[in-house]
Design a protein. Structure first.
Length: 229
């Protein structure tokens, strides 16, 4: 789908996302490729995942969120779906206490009770919650998850993005992947082996996930020696 620039290690604050990418053209390119790959179909819900942990998936999710919210002035809901290593609340510097993703997808609250404003125009967040002992199996229960996701699709959000766990090593992403309009696989350039990516892709196919494409993350653009003075 699209390449994004090499990000700095541990850079998660949302304001740093815009500084690191550097150019509005990068945002527009990602958005344009998403809409082109969708081939005119109505795509509203996106699951972002990776083959394994540590490929820059959360950073990429933030870039995509910024792209859609700013370039097309769309109202975007970002959902924290990585229950094993949540980072989105930290990225937005939120220290909120209350209900969130756990409760909503367990059908214990309404969307308004789980969604917060981020302070950035058109961007809203559903964090995990402050529940220290959630029933993870319940919030990723297939039938219940599909019902709750469809309820969000009927809301006034233009796009809904879920930052999910990696495919390999965790079961929750695969359990619900097929309920999203599109699944995007984030790959770390020059690190993730093609055999690993192939395995992840096969796992997504086995659960009948609608794969939209891939984003190649942390790609560097070395200057050829002939251009050095």
């Amino acid at each position: 789908m699209s390449n994004i620039g090499k990000s700095q290690a541990n850079t998660l604050l949302f304001n740093e996302v815009k500084k690191t990418i550097g150019s509005k053209m990068a945002y527009a390119a990602i958005e344009g490729n998403i809409l082109t790959a969708a081939k005119g179909e109505q795509k509203k819900t996106f699951l972002l995942t990776s083959s394994v942990s540590g490929e820059g998936k959360t950073f990429t999710t933030l870039v995509m969120t910024q792209s859609l919210a700013s370039s097309s002035n769309a109202k975007v809901l970002l959902i924290e779906g990585n229950v094993h290593k949540p980072q989105l609340a930290q990225a937005f510097e939120l220290n909120r206490k209350g209900m969130g993703m756990y409760e909503y997808f367990s059908a214990e609250c309404e969307p308004k009770d789980a969604i917060v404003e981020t302070g950035h125009q058109n961007i809203f967040l559903m964090p995990l919650s402050d529940n220290n002992k959630p029933n993870i199996d319940r919030c990723f229960h297939r039938d219940l998850f599909e019902k709750q996701l469809n309820k969000l699709k009927e809301s006034d959000f233009d796009y809904i993005l879920l930052d999910g766990s990696a495919v390999i090593g965790f079961s929750d992403t695969l359990a619900v992947a097929k309920f999203f309009d599109s699944v995007i696989l984030v790959i770390e350039c020059e690190k993730t082996k093609w055999e690993v990516v192939q395995l992840a892709s096969e796992k997504l196919s086995m659960v009948k996930a609608e794969k939209l494409g891939t984003i190649l993350n942390k790609r560097s653009y070395p200057i050829p020696k002939k251009f050095y003075s």
